[in-house]
Design a binder for this molecule. Structure first.
Ligand code: ADP
Ligand code: GLC
Length: 476
């Protein structure tokens, strides 16, 4: 099959969160058996230099169109082809993106991503793909274009996070009814506003999200963020597929960023070395490495439930845990974590920022990894934690519920699970982590078990094949 993905993030070039890792690990595995291309914006802040092939593609169909601000920009833009392993990348080189140091939180997003979506639609027609696959609201309009165009292709739209919908006041998006879009407001109108996510959900041949648990949660409010009615209407076309991880990229036995590599067979020394070295690096060499180390990494935003962690941290002062927290985002959370990190140095270290290497070191050093999310479409860190032998402590939501089990049945226990949004349940989970840590035989057995889980993409790629198959059938 010939597949073209459209995304705003792709590791290692643009990464703000899990979307980036998902796209690159998924497309890499998919490219073993299919012809796979991925469109992504070319911004000034690319984190790595692409391997361009020199081939370029125009962003507008050749047929005559009336000049509009959008057609003018598209004429001044091109796609530059680059290779990432077997995956063909198509960098959208456009004056709209070329000055950006970061992909989000810029003004005019409504215009920028609409134009980008149009360009990805156009490229998929030029390439003659079998399936077009858009991810999140940034590229959702392309599915609407595929639906209304007589040349449109079967499209799949994946929800990575329903909380972000790309909604804008209607007056800002008047250009959507002009050339080259020609879309009617029915395709994108929600609660009196333009909503790009809705356009994707209404028009894609098939819809997916990144775990079955999250799929079911989004069928009802509040997790549908106002769009559950639409997802219920399209229930038969809506699937949940758990994300995989890149098992070559996230592999502690050959991760050069670590202080020491280790595997399922020799984790004790390797993880201990990572723990002692990390404690030294963060300037806390006197913390006893025999104490349980709990890692936390994530965007500081409401979704992740860190306010509840702070509360539980303040309440459970008797626990011997030491926390290493890496994150950036909302200022109030940042300030509070900074404050704790200074006033309670014996219990917590907070590092404000985004640091890929430091994140790996935290995973490798940690005995446990905490994710108190209030909602979580999939979550990748619990999967990375399994691979790096950090037992996840997670709230029972979305993809966390689907990937971590506290089942007492032999061989099924893969972490600690608590009720979302419930501080005492979280506190009690931290207590259970302590009990487990004291039972060293069970603790090491659990670590070995989780390190042996294969979260690779192989099986999931075939689940997507079936979804593509039915998207093609529907379009016929
Ligand atoms: P989300 O996409 O909602 O942020 P995921 O768990 O799917 O959540 O993915 C988050 C990804 O971003 C992980 O790879 C995680 O390690 C990474 N990440 C988040 N915050 C940071 C940070 N401050 N430094 C380094 N990596 C981070
Ligand atoms: C989103 C979600 C996260 C998911 C990621 C990749 O950012 O918040 O749960 O893992 O997308 O699909």
């Amino acid at each position: 099959m010939k597949i073209l993905h459209a995304t705003a993030e792709y590791f290692p070039y643009i990464k703000m969160g899990g979307l980036s890792d998902m796209l690159s690990s998924f497309s890499k595995e998919q490219a073993k058996t299919h012809e796979v291309g991925v469109c992504l914006p070319m911004i000034a802040g690319l984190k790595e230099k692409p391997q361009f092939t020199g081939k370029t593609y125009p962003c507008l169909e050749t047929r005559k169109m009336s000049p509009t601000p959008v057609t003018e920009i598209l004429t001044a833009s091109i796609f530059r082809e680059a290779m990432y392993g077997k995956v063909k990348l198509y960098f959208f080189d456009s004056p709209l993106f070329s000055d950006l140091t970061s992909i989000y939180a810029n003004s005019d997003e409504h215009f920028r991503f609409a134009v980008y979506s149009y360009a990805t639609f156009c490229l998929s027609l030029q390439l003659g793909v079998d399936v077009f696959h858009a991810h999140d609201w940034h590229t959702a309009l392309a599915c609407a274009l595929h639906k209304v165009s007589p040349f449109g292709k079967p499209s799949v739209f994946t929800i990575h996070n329903l909380a972000y919908q790309g909604d804008h006041p209607l007056w800002m998006t008047g250009f959507l009814k002009d050339e080259p879009f020609g879309l009617y407001p029915e395709a994108y109108l929600q609660d009196g506003k333009t909503n790009y996510m809705k356009a994707g959900l209404m028009s894609a041949s098939k819809i997916t999200t990144v775990s079955p648990g999250y799929r079911n949660e989004t069928l009802f409010e509040p997790n549908g963020f106002g769009l559950s009615y639409l997802l219920r209407k399209r229930e038969m076309d809506y699937d949940g597929v758990i994300n995989g991880i890149d098992t070559e990229e996230w592999n502690p036995s050959r991760d050069e960023r670590l202080y020491a590599t280790f595997s399922k067979q020799d984790h004790k020394n390797g993880k201990f070395k990572n723990k002692t070295e990390l404690l030294k690096e963060i300037g806390r060499p006197l913390i006893d490495p025999a104490r349980p180390l709990i890692g936390i990494i994530g965007r500081l935003t409401y979704q992740k439930g860190y306010a509840n962690f702070i509360q539980a941290f303040k309440e459970r002062t008797h626990l011997p845990h030491f926390y290493i927290f890496l994150g950036a985002g909302e200022e109030t959370l940042q300030n509070e974590l900074f404050h704790l990190s200074h006033t309670d140095q014996n219990r917590i270290f907070f590092y404000k920022g985004y640091d890929e290497s430091f994140a790996r070191k935290v995973e490798a050093a940690s005995d446990f990894f905490l994710m108190p999310s209030l909602f979580e479409p999939c979550g990748l860190n619990q999967l990375y934690s399994h691979a790096y032998g950090a037992i996840p402590i997670v709230s029972r939501v979305g993809g966390l519920r689907d990937t971590v089990s506290e089942s007492p049945l032999a061989g099924e226990y893969t972490g600690i699970v608590f009720e979302p949004g419930d501080v005492s349940s979280l506190g009690y989970a931290l207590e259970r982590a302590h009990t487990l840590y004291l039972d060293q035989a069970k603790f090491y057995q659990t670590r070995e078990r989780i390190m042996g889980i294969n979260w690779g993409w192989e099986k999931r790629v075939s689940e997507y094949e079936a979804i593509y198959g039915s998207a093609i059938q529907k379009k016929e």
